[in-house]
Design a protein around this ligand. Sequence first.
Ligand code: HEC
Length: 134
Amino acid sequence: MRTLLFAGLLLSALPSVAHEGASGIVKERMDRFKETKEQMKELRGLLKAGDTAAAGALASQIAEWARVLPEHFPEDSNPAPSEALDDIWLDWDGFMKVANDFQTAAEAMAAQPSMANFKPLGGSCKACHDSYRE
Ligand code: HEC
């Protein structure tokens, strides 16, 4: 039991360790993505609670991040510990497409907050991570 608890603590400490050494625009976008993850959890809760007004406002914030996301990836800005893949710059059009899909999904959620719109929004995160993140 104690060993399990210890293993759990170690695992939960890993993400912050991975951030050590990140600076400038890389740190900024990592922080922004971490915040997005929290916002997605909050969004799900608000949708479940039926608070569409707050869900819509939160989705607008996510959409705003989506809009400026590409600017946070200047060419070759992936020194360690960044998990961004070179493919982002080798295939900038493809990266822009998944970034735009993310923006579209977030805007759809802002316009009409619903569980039906949650799945495509979450899917847009995954689509980009699958191709452009380690
Ligand atoms: C257009 C591409 C793209 C989209 C869309 C995207 N991400 Fe990411 N995400 C990345 C990349 C690339 C990284 C790695 C950044 C780095 O390490 O330099 C990343 C990193 C992350 C991280 C890790 C941050 C850290 O280092 O602690 C989280 C969490 C995350 N994204 C959540 C999300 C969520 C949630 C969504 C959707 C609501 C999302 N992302 C949408 C490309 C994307």
